[in-house]
Design a protein around this ligand. Structure first.
Ligand SMILES: [Zn+2]
Length: 92
């Protein structure tokens, strides 16, 4: 498994270097949240507010080919990155 994945920013995105997938990934993440639980008088809870305190992405795996160590960060199309899901390098 690769080291901690890089999270894309507003100008970038993930791409699978193996198969060229740009749009479908299985993301495993741990999120620590604080929630405002609003309970009815009958005792049923509803979450009214949710604040993310910390978030760690543990792994990003390509949904198409299953590669977990070939995910790269590329620019979004408007910043010169690929606009089509083309073939990757296929290997090793
Ligand atoms: Zn792939």
């Amino acid at each position: 498994m690769a080291q901690s994945p890089v999270i894309p920013d507003d100008r970038s995105r993930w791409r699978c270097a193996h198969c060229g997938n740009l749009t479908r990934f299985d993301v495993t993440r741990t999120t620590r949240v604080r929630e405002f639980w609003h309970l009815s008088m009958a005792g049923a809870p509803e979450v009214d507010e949710r604040e993310v305190i910390a978030e760690t992405v543990e792994s990003v795996v390509c949904r198409w080919c299953g590669a977990g160590d070939r995910i790269e960060v590329v620019s979004r199309p408007e910043f010169g990155g690929p606009a089509d899901e083309g073939p990757g390098d296929g290997g090793p």
